[in-house]
Design a protein around this ligand. Structure first.
Ligand code: NAD
Length: 502
């Protein structure tokens, strides 16, 4: 039986027992592994664990009602992991990667049903690739050996990491974060997005259940069952929380940076694409469609607007039409714009402000097409249409499968407009070009964390390009594509005059 089936069955049993006034905990917990520590007991030998009146998920295997309870459990778990050593970290990595892949279909569906954004096939794909996230092997110490002895710098854990996850990829982010954070010897407490919190808790519970069974370590990854701004604040303030990892939009990045705790922030993006006349238009069109249509353009790295040299624009758009994208005419683009954004005129005649209509975020092309008043063939991956450079579809991180195409007169204008539309997030930019001077000029000007040449944005995360995967790309704070080292303290150990063997 798969882990998720067990989980679902346990939920149902817990709910039924709750309605009957029984206790869920006894049913929920399997016998501990032989190596597992005995549950805490009071003086008369009874379990001191709280027996809850059947909450759906809470009270066991990492799911807690409050940040305080979760942080306390995670701190205890961090100490357990310290004792069990690197072998246990390896086991945790293996369990998370195996379960993510094994449960990809079931969990992908649970997340899709809860959030109702993105594409089911891509929700599943994002879990199948967790195995590409780097783990324990990433942590090789740095050594120096010389006339004055040997110095070793080791990458050691912080303790409890407080992690905030987005609605756009709740279980994938959480899973990748556990691999990175626990490979480095830490434990973690998650405050998920409220609209993707239940699926996150289901995955956390399944991971903890398996980790406990295999290693005897309890609550290595904890989660607050009903996350809120209050639980975010409590998590950040808790004295056990040593470090924050925030994956989300501008508001949460700002909030995390104001906490006074060190925060690794994987912030928003609005990735521009520049296409010049030296590229292969077919390859560029296919790559743009593949990147911008993935999970209905929910990814922070996904192509969000295209600037193309005027004299190759028609060719590029023709190739996009031939490869699964549908072009909207200008009145259809404007109809969709009115539905997808709320535009308020700027004060005192200033620039208008656009707010994305949440009902369109991550929705299928067919939903957008309906709002644009057009019928599209089944299987359409992406919509596109020509706009001006200051159009809301260009300026907003729209997170929907509609790509604005803007003609530019020169390479300089293309780079300048790309830079402006990226809003200094320093996240991701893409170029399709075989001119090394244009490529270099754009890379230098944009100054982004990821810069992809002649491929889809996903190539920046090792999917079709070289490299490794993470769903948390630390942009404003500069740690880059997060990996186990991101969550370590560097400690130096020095032996003077000895131990060098030559
Ligand atoms: P969001 O900012 O609405 O929410 C992200 C998380 O922050 C959620 O857990 C949410 O509950 C919390 N949050 C939001 N505002 C908060 C506040 N003021 N105080 C405390 N917590 C707060 O984003 P989303 O819609 O869930 O995800 C999409 C956003 O995340 C996009 O901007 C995308 O670019 C970004 N993102 C970035 C990365 C990256 O690696 N850089 C990865 C995924 C998503």
């Amino acid at each position: 039986m798969s882990a998720v089936n067990e989980t679902l069955i346990r939920d149902v049993v817990a709910e039924v027992l709750g309605k009957l006034g029984g206790t869920a905990t006894a049913t929920a917990k399997p016998s501990p592994a032989p190596s597992a520590p005995a549950p805490k007991s009071d003086s008369c030998g009874c379990s001191t664990k709280k027996v809850s009146a059947a909450p759906a998920l809470r009270g066991k295997f990492g799911v807690f009602a409050t940040a305080e309870e979760a942080c306390e459990a995670a701190q205890e778990s961090f100490l357990q992991l310290k004792q069990k050593g690197i072998a246990a970290r390896r086991k945790i990595e293996e369990i998370v990667k195996t379960l993510a892949e094994k449960n990809a279909e079931a969990w992908g569906k649970i997340e899709f049903d809860e959030t109702k954004i993105g594409r089911l096939d891509h929700k599943i794909a994002k879990l199948q690739i967790i195995k590409l996230v780097p783990g324990v092997d990433w942590l090789r110490p740095d050594a120096r050996s010389g006339d004055h002895g040997i110095t070793l710098e080791e990458f050691t854990p912080f303790g409890v990491v407080g992690a905030i996850t987005p609605s756009t990829h709740s279980i994938p982010t959480l899973s990748g974060n556990i691999v990175n954070i626990c490979a480095a010897g830490n434990s973690v407490v998650f405050n998920a997005h409220p609209s993707a919190a239940r699926c996150a808790a289901i995955a956390v519970r399944a991971y903890n259940e398996a980790i406990y069974r295999e290693t005897g370590i309890e609550n290595i990854a904890c989660i607050i069952e009903k996350p809120s701004l209050d639980s975010f604040n409590a998590l950040c303030k808790n004295e056990n929380t040593r470090l924050l990892l925030v994956t989300g939009g501008p508001m949460v990045v700002k909030a995390a940076m104001q906490t006074g705790k060190r925060a690794i922030c994987a912030g928003p993006g609005n990735p521009p694409v520049f296409v010049d006349d030296t590229c292969c238009p077919t390859r560029a069109a296919k790559a743009i469609i593949s990147g911008a249509s993935f999970d209905n353009n929910l990814l922070c790295i996904g192509e969000k607007q295209v600037f193309v040299l005027d004299h190759v624009a028609d060719k590029l758009m023709q190739k996009m039409s031939e490869n699964g994208a549908v072009k909207l005419n200008s009145s259809q683009v404007e109809k969709l714009t009115k539905a997808a954004f709320t535009i308020t005129p700027g004060q005192g005649g200033g620039c208008a402000q656009a707010h994305t209509n949440k009902d369109f975020i991550g929705k299928d092309p067919a939903v957008l097409a309906q709002a644009a008043g057009v019928n599209i063939p089944a299987g359409t991956q992406l919509l596109f249409g020509e706009t001006h450079a200051m159009h809301p579809f260009v300026q907003e991180e729209q997170m929907m499968p509609m790509l604005p195409i803007v003609r530019v007169k020169s390479v300089e204008e293309g780079i300048e407009r790309s830079l402006q539309s990226e809003h200094n997030y320093k996240h991701t930019a893409i170029i399709h070009s075989h001119d090394v001077e244009n490529i270099t000029a754009m890379a230098r000007a944009l100054d982004t964390t990821l810069f992809v040449k002649n491929g889809p944005s996903a190539a920046g995360l090792g999917l079709g390009g070289e490299g490794y995967l993470s769903f948390s790309i630390a942009t404003p704070t500069g740690e880059g594509i997060t990996n186990p080292r991101t969550f370590t303290r560097v400690r130096r150990c020095v032996m003077v005059d000895n131990l060098r063997i030559y």
